[in-house]
Design a protein around this ligand. Structure first.
Ligand SMILES: CC(C)(COP(=O)(O)OP(=O)(O)OC[C@H]1O[C@@H](n2cnc3c(N)ncnc32)[C@H](O)[C@@H]1OP(=O)(O)O)[C@@H](O)C(=O)NCCC(=O)NCCS
Length: 184
């Protein structure tokens, strides 16, 4: 079964079918899509397929995959969906060492700038080293995505290499790989 994680402000839980509206609202924001090679707004069908893929990953590798992030609220108000985090093997074609697990995050714009990406990532990094047994956690970003790179640096990941990401439109875009070794 996929674990759920709790931090001071966040709950990271498995995705469920009812998250389709959350994913739609998240990816409808062009600012959220700016550096993630997703030029077009999502459709409901696309989000449903994504959720089906998350469910399949949860079945195949419950210790890895995507976690939906909810921010705890005061006074009995239910937690609020703010985005997602992932921990997964790097995709084919990405620079990687055996056993690497790649960290990723995407948050609603109204949740940015309060340290939530850093806070949720810390829980997944601990999980990667302590439970999954990963020798190294990596993270990729387009070079221009300075907020994402700032998160990596705050987490203690170090610049490992520069890389050219081949976008869906066939353009080569400067990208960076950051990494943290277990025990570093
Ligand atoms: C990247 C993202 C997850 C960061 O989330 P967040 O919760 O705002 O991150 P944090 O608050 O933990 O940290 C962000 C850091 O970036 C810094 N930052 C933000 N914009 C910046 C910019 N343009 N240049 C330099 N630093 C910037 C912030 O100051 C903060 O650092 P600080 O705490 O030292 O001040 C969020 O912007 C997002 O979801 N973006 C859209 C999706 C995306 O790009 N995902 C990453 C793909 S690689």
């Amino acid at each position: 079964m996929k674990p759920t994680f709790e931090t001071d402000r966040l709950i990271l839980r498995p995705a469920r079918a009812g998250d389709v509206d959350h994913l739609l609202a998240l990816d409808e924001d062009p600012e959220v899509r700016r550096y993630v090679d997703q030029p077009d707004p999502p459709t409901r069908e696309w989000c449903e397929r994504l959720l089906a893929r998350f469910a399949q990953l949860d079945e195949e590798t419950p210790e890895l995959g995507f976690w939906m992030a909810e921010e705890k609220q005061q006074g009995g108000t239910p937690p609020r969906f703010v985005g997602w985090f992932h921990l997964r093997p790097p995709r084919p074609g990405e620079p990687q060492n055996p056993g690497d697990q790649e960290l990723g995050y995407r948050l609603r714009r109204d949740a940015w700038g309060r340290g939530l990406a850093t806070e949720g990532s810390r829980a997944l990094i601990a999980h990667a080293f302590e439970t999954v047994g990963a020798p190294r956690v990596t993270a990729f970003a387009l070079w221009e995505n300075r907020a994402s790179v700032a998160v990596m640096e705050k987490l203690g990941l170090a610049h490992a290499l520069d890389w050219t990401y081949q976008s869906k439109s066939g353009e080569g875009v400067p990208a960076v790989l950051y990494a943290l070794d277990r025990g570093a």
